[in-house]
Design a protein around this ligand. Structure first.
Ligand SMILES: Nc1ncnc2c1ncn2[C@@H]1O[C@H](COP(=O)(O)OP(=O)(O)OP(=O)(O)O)[C@@H](O)[C@H]1O
Length: 363
């Protein structure tokens, strides 16, 4: 997947810009606060419908602008050319994909595949379960089912959950929950199966990447937690068992919306916290495993976004990551305050861009 044109306006401090990225490595340099991260954020927005720096409504839209707008054209193998645009006011969005209006943000996001490694990425390992569920669902949206096919199942589950929670909040009598419990259980079991299969497939890649990036932690594995005691009962039974408690709480306490996964390391006791650097490397292994799996199934790599690489990884890890990405043929965007030595050492065609006070120019 290769971005060939990018048009951005209304994003943080960036002046409206249009850019033709290079097919391989794109290096974006500029002083602190110049707008480098904002450029990656714009690509991430089109690929995920959200920012990696919090909610769109929390400052992604440029002060004084009505909306953030990102438009991209990209190439996929076999000469396929695609285009997508997203306009987001912070409250509402409109999107177009290949010339057609899009009704679900998920459909738009299932088109452009990008993987971001940025200063907040360690929270994939150490933060809340929500980010880890999103990670799993990225795989299902993009890889497991092919574009757009996972979304209906996910929507079915989300709708049933919402309806059940409304009834719980209204203290509706139990029999009114029956139909939604059945729907939730049926979509939820399916969702769980898909996630479990995906995690199993990622395991060997993740273990190999972790061994090479963080060998000191010992053999690593992903431990999937479905969101209810699946080893003891089907979801339908778990919902019934939790019903009384849920009626008191006013929300559904079991099911795939409570799923999670954890990284386990052989040489580290479970209660021992990873250092920030170890969590970063572990998150990087997760993201690379996901990208490799995508490439294996789809035949090409997602776009890779590396924000502030020099301060995220030591030089040896920078070099190893960049070598891996160069070998993959992925299109990569890297930001930094200075040209990164490991990049300049690598024999890799570089397209260089400078950002200064929100203005971007090709070097
Ligand atoms: N909604 C907004 N409207 C206008 N400017 C904004 C908005 N949100 C953030 N900014 C400004 O945008 C600038 C760009 O920040 P960004 O994080 O992209 O810079 P950067 O080049 O990545 O910096 P660093 O090297 O420090 O990480 C900052 O100066 C910030 O104050």
């Amino acid at each position: 997947m290769q971005l060939t044109r990018l048009v951005v306006s209304g994003v943080r401090n960036l002046q409206p810009l249009e850019l033709a990225p290079g097919p391989q490595l794109n290096l974006v340099v500029g002083a602190n606060g110049a707008g480098k991260t904002s450029l990656l954020e714009a690509i991430h927005l089109l690929a995920y419908g959200r920012s990696f720096r919090g909610r769109v409504r929390d400052g992604l839209v440029r002060t004084g602008a009505e909306a953030a707008e990102v438009f991209a054209e990209w190439a996929e193998p076999g000469g396929v050319r695609r285009r997508a645009g997203l306009r987001h006011t912070g409250q509402e969005w409109t999107g177009r994909l290949d010339g057609e209006a899009v009704r679900q943000l998920g459909d738009l996001c299932a088109a452009l595949a990008a993987v971001s490694f940025e200063p907040g990425s360690h929270t994939l390992v150490t933060g809340s379960a929500e980010a880890r569920r999103r990670y799993l669902d990225w795989g299902l949206f993009h890889v497991e089912h092919g574009e757009g096919r996972f979304h209906p199942l996910w929507r079915r589950y989300a709708r049933a959950l919402k309806q059940r929670n409304v009834l719980l909040k209204q203290r509706a009598p139990g029999h009114q929950l029956d139909a939604w419990d059945a729907e939730l259980a049926s979509a939820g079991e399916h969702l769980d199966q898909e996630r479990r299969r995906y995690v199993e497939r990622l395991q060997p890649r993740f273990a190999a990447l972790s061994a090479s990036l963080a060998p000191g932690l010992g053999e690593a594995g992903l431990d999937y937690r479905p969101g209810w005691r699946r080893d003891q009962m089907p979801l339908a039974d778990a919902l019934l068992l939790a019903r009384e408690r849920d009626q008191v709480a006013g929300f559904t306490s079991v099911g795939p919306h409570r799923a999670d996964w954890r990284v386990g390391h052989l040489l580290r006791p479970a209660q021992e916290a990873l250092s920030r650097g170890q969590a970063k490397l572990t998150a990087l292994a997760c993201l690379l495993a996901q990208a490799e799996d995508f490439a294996d199934v789809r035949g090409h790599w997602p776009v890779f976004l590396l924000d502030d690489l020099a301060s995220e990884l030591d030089r040896d890890h920078q070099r190893r990551l960049l070598e891996r990405l160069r070998g993959s043929g992925a299109q990569v965007f890297v930001t930094g305050t200075d040209p990164i030595p490991a990049l300049l050492e690598a024999d890799w065609p570089i397209a260089m861009f400078h950002v200064e006070h929100g203005r971007l120019r090709a070097a």
